[in-house]
Ligand binder design. Structure first.
Ligand code: SAM
Length: 280
């Protein structure tokens, strides 16, 4: 018995199913079910929501989500070795857990889930930022999800919530903060995992805003931030020249000195510049 449900403790599940961690799949498993329940609580009230969980592994967070009352959970796991352990959880929660053996990068969650949808995951490091980028730039807004509660390396979490002016501020901050609220809600030490990773981890909670904070054409804004932060040490008149030969004019037209650098620009200024670039 484990404290949050009547299934065996995670250490026993991992041993019984021979789930030795594979580095290639970013496998660091959480062992403490009180901790996984705490992470699930950060996602808010789950009772009226479907939840997408990417990479359930032996199911620690999955059990936390179910214990917190999630209406339904879709758990997408690439490693087929984890399926028997996950099926045992599904049997204890009839109709509430669907397990899919797939690569999360090629799965359409809407074929399985009904809105409102929250995404909660201890993401595999090798696909974490790719998935986050897709969820934050889905092609139309508002997106299919209401909130994202995601564990990352602490350094990535800091880049998501970074304010202007520091090294952590970059493309990921703009992408996350333009149309969402993002905050770090928990830090997790390496000892919480098996095997313990070399880095600290943090949980970020992101809620989708109904509208962007400032109007801007998404494609231009993201091309602009990629160019500006791609050469972040350069002045904007140099880093952005490839986007517009008249870039100095364009910068001045929105009150930005061409000698400034990417990390000094606020989100509002990036949006104003993206609009000016689109006006041509
Ligand atoms: N949720 C578990 C926990 O907290 O203990 C495991 C987290 S572990 C960091 C990441 C999990 O993602 C592993 O189970 C791994 O097999 C799975 N995974 C890796 N790449 C994946 C992908 N592309 N699609 C779905 N699952 C993936």
């Amino acid at each position: 018995m484990s404290g949050i449900d009547d299934l065996p403790p995670l250490r026993a599940v991992i041993a019984e199913h021979g789930l030795s961690a594979k580095k290639s799949l970013g496998q660091n498993f959480l062992l403490d079910l009180n901790l996984t329940a705490k992470i699930a609580r950060q996602a808010g009230d789950l009772s009226a929501c479907d939840v997408l969980e990417v990479g359930p592994g032996p199911g620690g967070l999955t059990r936390g989500l179910l214990a917190q009352g999630a209406r339904r959970v879709l758990a997408v796991e690439k490693d087929a070795r984890c399926l028997p352990a996950l099926e045992e959880i599904a049997e204890r929660h009839p109709g509430r857990l669907e397990v899919v053996n797939a690569d999360a990068l090629s799965l359409d969650p809407l074929a399985h889930l009904t809105p409102p949808i929250r995404i909660v995951a201890n993401l595999p490091y090798n696909v974490g930022t790719e998935l986050l980028t897709r969820w934050l730039d889905p092609g139309h807004w508002p997106p299919f999800w209401n909130s994202l509660t995601l564990m990352f390396q602490k350094e990535v979490a800091q880049r998501i919530v970074a304010p202007p002016g520091g090294k952590a501020y970059g493309r990921l901050a703009i992408l996350s903060q333009w149309r969402s609220d993002a905050r770090i809600v928990m830090e997790i030490p390496p000892e919480a995992f098996t095997p313990p990773p070399k880095i600290r981890s943090a949980v970020v909670h992101i809620t989708a805003l109904p509208e962007p904070r400032f109007p801007a054409p998404a494609k231009t804004l993201f091309a602009l931030t990629a160019a500006a932060f791609g050469q972040r040490r350069k002045m904007l008149r140099a880093s952005l020249r490839s986007l517009d030969p008249e870039i100095e004019e364009r910068l001045r037209s929105v009150g930005i000195a061409p000698t400034r650098r990417a990390e000094e620009l606020s989100l509002e200024e990036f949006c104003a510049l993206a609009r000016a670039l689109d006006r041509g």
